[in-house]
Design a protein around this ligand. Structure first.
Ligand code: NDP
Length: 309
């Protein structure tokens, strides 16, 4: 069975940054790409808030560059997914989707989080062409335009408020007759003249010739006064929660109740010695590429320290 000194799981900004640092530290890292090579960023188009690119950068190009940089320092990148682990003792055991088994002395978990989608075919059809699950990433492209945000939690309210600073009008599509968000977030939404909350409303689909031009909505589904109508919009933002991709590492690695990996303070240290977590899988709050990259660097530095001991 192959024994790897340092295994990095995940190929978003956290994974590749950890790989660059670990490669430069001569740790011969192996990186398992996971289900979505390049990570969540590849679902967006242009990235304008990653430092170093004054004109912005294509998201796929950015991830390709990170990959090449990791390879330049000797990272062995493999196309596979970790499906199961046994982290009861070092070296740690991991099983891949082709059922092969490997062991690793140290692991950096950078498996990210996946935005939840409604499950509509149109979401896939218009992905990157009006559909987004990240207002901070894509909001800028909707300056003076009309957008809708789906969800009634803190994220949805935060994103609607953020987008209201850019767009001319923001609809908040909420399936219940009330918001789940905290009081202060609700007050921000209700106090913003640009935001209109559409309660008891669900999305049936999207339409448009060149990207999203509107949404098919249904009000009070199943009630006597059920009504369907079309709402013209330029952008459709999902804010119905994220799901951290930590299943393969549980129950060994401690998580919070929603599955985000718990680390010691601001460090990437998990409860398992030599196992570190970086990026969105351990970050329910910021979810930014540059933050993930920074935490990947921290994890590689900690892994180097651990392996030297
Ligand atoms: P939440 O789970 O709190 O809210 C998800 C929202 O999406 C709910 O309104 C839910 O509706 C709605 N929803 C879920 N599935 C669907 C669906 N299929 N169709 C339509 N609507 C749907 O997730 P958040 O991401 O908002 O928040 C996650 C955690 O992060 C929370 O604890 C939150 O407080 C925290 N957070 C805090 C922030 C802050 O303090 N600044 C900012 C952002 C998040 P329903 O209510 O009907 O279930």
């Amino acid at each position: 069975m192959e024994n790897i000194k340092l295994l990095i799981v995940g190929s978003g900004p956290a994974g590749y940054t950890a790989a660059i640092y670990a490669g430069r530290a001569n740790l011969s890292p192996v990186l398992i790409e996971g289900l979505q090579p390049g990570g969540q960023l590849t679902t967006t188009t242009e990235v304008e808030n990653f430092p170093g690119f004054p004109e912005g950068v294509d998201a796929n190009e950015l991830m390709d560059n990170m990959r090449q940089q990791a390879e330049r320092f000797g990272c062995d990148i493999r196309s596979a997914t970790v499906v199961r682990t046994d982290l009861s003792q070092s070296p740690y055991h991991l099983w891949l989707d082709d059922e092969s088994e490997i062991t690793a002395e140290s692991i950096i978990i950078c498996t990210g989080a996946s935005a939840k989608y409604l499950g509509l075919d149109d979401e896939r059809k218009y992905m990157g062409q009006g559909v987004s699950a990240c207002a901070t990433c894509d909001g800028f492209f909707y300056r003076k335009k009309v957008v809708a945000v789906v969800g009634g939690g803190d994220t949805a309210c935060e994103e609607a408020t953020y987008l209201a600073g850019l767009a001319s009008k923001v609809y908040l599509i909420v399936r219940k007759p009330y918001l789940r968000a905290s009081q202060i977030m609700q007050e921000r939404v209700f106090g913003n003249p640009k935001i209109e909350v559409l309660f008891e409303t669900n999305t049936l689909g999207l339409y448009g010739e060149n990207g999203v031009e509107g949404a098919h909505l249904i009000f009070r589904k199943g009630e006597a006064d059920e009504r369907t109508y079309d709402l013209p919009i330029d952008g459709f933002f999902l804010a119905i929660g994220h799901r951290p991709n930590s299943d393969a590492f549980r129950p060994w690695v401690k998580t919070d109740e929603t599955g985000y990996i718990l680390t010691e303070g601001d460090s990437p240290l998990t409860n398992v010695p030599g196992v570190f977590a970086a990026g969105d899988v351990a970050d329910p709050h910021y979810r930014q590429a540059v933050v993930a990259a920074g935490s990947g660097a921290k994890a590689a530095i900690e892994a180097e320290k651990y392996l030297k001991q």
